[in-house]
Design a protein around this ligand. Structure first.
Ligand SMILES: NC(=O)c1ccc[n+]([C@@H]2O[C@H](COP(=O)([O-])OP(=O)(O)OC[C@H]3O[C@@H](n4cnc5c(N)ncnc54)[C@H](OP(=O)(O)O)[C@@H]3O)[C@@H](O)[C@H]2O)c1
Length: 399
């Protein structure tokens, strides 16, 4: 029986609140806090049991500390934005509670996400006897656990990992993002990067394309991107020779994105406009559909998985471990589309592992560093069932 504080009432926060509320034996009391309290109240009104709601500015450590002292949770699930990771970790250390997030810290003024800032908290969490679980979404998150599961059960040696993320959903808008537009556009407009033979190799944005046949979804154009889980997986999957990340985009999305990039609408440097400074990307966010509003209109499926190659018992082996999620089924259960669902469910499951003790281990951890088995079992129980299929004979993009 444990109290949990959820911070952030966007699309992902909605799913986390719904899923935690479904498990009263694990999450005995829930508080949902965010910058705009009315969004927390709206989510609370959708749930079958009462939860507490609060207003908080998660950039402000004293406010967070006051809220944590008032509610006294055992754990905080951070599903605000990556900019708030460090302030929330500071508040957890000050108040002695465990921490879970779904995206690694990124400074507001530099579109460069890496784990060094959060890994620097390792000693402080260890000394305080607290657990910080980093990146407990789908990717990062489930994809890291798929790799750990493959390492533990399916392979003796892993050579290559390709993480493939396909959202084949259709929301009917010519251009919209399925999660926070600012974070999404910063991610996809950055240079691509992958890790091979011990070093990082850089590509131009969307330079490399692979038409991959996704199970239950079909062939889609996937583009090589940098994604944060590669940084920890390159360190933690023993003997790995190469890891890449691919995401699919439809032609309409790419045409609009290229145009927005070309005219400077995705910039993060403030520009002078009618006597005030505005950040183009933040202004664009204000014009785009709120990702939380896409739920009722999104149809189709997501398919996210890891194509893993290596050897077992001396034989070459290649498998795809993946989940397929249906946007409308997610909406019926949680009032949210599949991208929020596939992030929010693992955040709940990560918190559950810590509260139940399987993953309670002082320090700062990436998902693949912990035992994958209880997490993989819970994925099957709580809405994200996975499959492993043999991919022998299927060609991997050679580059
Ligand atoms: N690992 C994965 O697979 C994965 C996938 C998708 C997303 N994510 C991550 O999940 C997180 C949430 O995404 P989302 O799509 O739910 O984003 P979202 O819809 O933009 O929601 C973010 C929420 O955080 C709140 N917030 C922002 N700044 C705050 C602050 N200073 N203090 C308190 N609350 C604040 C926002 O408040 P307002 O309502 O006032 O704006 C909003 O409710 C992001 O970090 C994203 O990168 C991870």
């Amino acid at each position: 029986m444990s109290k949990v504080l959820i911070i952030g009432a966007g699309g992902v926060g909605r799913v986390v609140a719904h899923k935690c509320a479904q498990l009263p034996d694990v999450f005995s009391e829930i508080c949902l806090a965010s910058r705009t309290k009315s969004r927390c109240d709206q989510i609370a009104s959708e749930l079958k049991r009462p939860i507490q709601t609060e207003q908080v500015d998660a950039d402000d450590v004293p406010q967070l500390v006051a809220l944590i002292r008032k509610f006294e949770p055992r754990l905080v699930i951070n599903v605000a934005l990556p900019y708030q990771d460090l302030t929330i970790m500071d508040a957890c250390l000050e108040t002695g509670v465990d921490y879970v997030d779904t995206a690694n810290y990124e400074p507001l003024d530099t579109a460069k996400f890496e784990y060094k800032w959060q890994w620097a908290y390792q000693d402080r969490f260890k000394e305080a006897g607290l657990t910080a679980l980093l990146g407990s979404g789908f990717d990062p998150g489930v994809t890291n656990v798929y790799c750990a599961y493959a390492q533990k059960h399916l392979f003796d040696e892993i050579d290559y990992v390709d993480i493939l993320d396909c959202n084949a959903g259709d929301h009917g808008y010519p251009f919209a993002t399925n999660f926070n537009p600012e974070i999404n556009i910063r991610e996809v407009s950055a240079n691509g990067r992958y890790w091979e033979a011990g070093e990082w190799k850089e590509t131009r944005p969307m330079e490399i394309r692979w038409d991959f046949d996704f199970p239950e979804v079909g062939e889609k154009a996937a583009y090589l991107l940098y994604h944060e889980e590669m940084e920890s997986l390159a360190q933690n999957i023993k003997g790995l020779k190469r890891i890449r990340f691919w995401m699919t985009f439809g032609q309409s999305y790419l045409t609009h994105l290229n145009c927005l990039i070309n005219v400077g609408m995705t910039g993060i440097e403030p520009v002078e406009f009618q006597g005030q400074k505005i950040v183009p990307l933040q202004f664009l966010k204000a014009l785009l559909p709120d990702p939380a509003s896409l739920g009722p209109r999104t149809t189709g499926k997501t398919c996210i998985g890891c194509l893993i190659e290596g050897r077992k018992d001396g034989q070459a082996k290649k498998v795809f471990i993946y989940n397929v999620c249906d946007h409308q089924e997610c909406y019926r259960e949680t009032n949210a589309q599949g991208v929020s669902y596939t992030t929010g469910v693992p955040a709940m499951i990560g918190a559950k592992q810590i509260l139940e003790g399987q993953w309670r281990q002082p320090g700062v951890w990436n998902m693949e560093q912990l035992d994958p088995d209880p997490f993989m079992d819970d994925l099957n129980k709580y809405g994200l069932p996975w499959k492993v299929i043999d991919m022998a004979g299927v060609k991997t993009f050679a580059g």
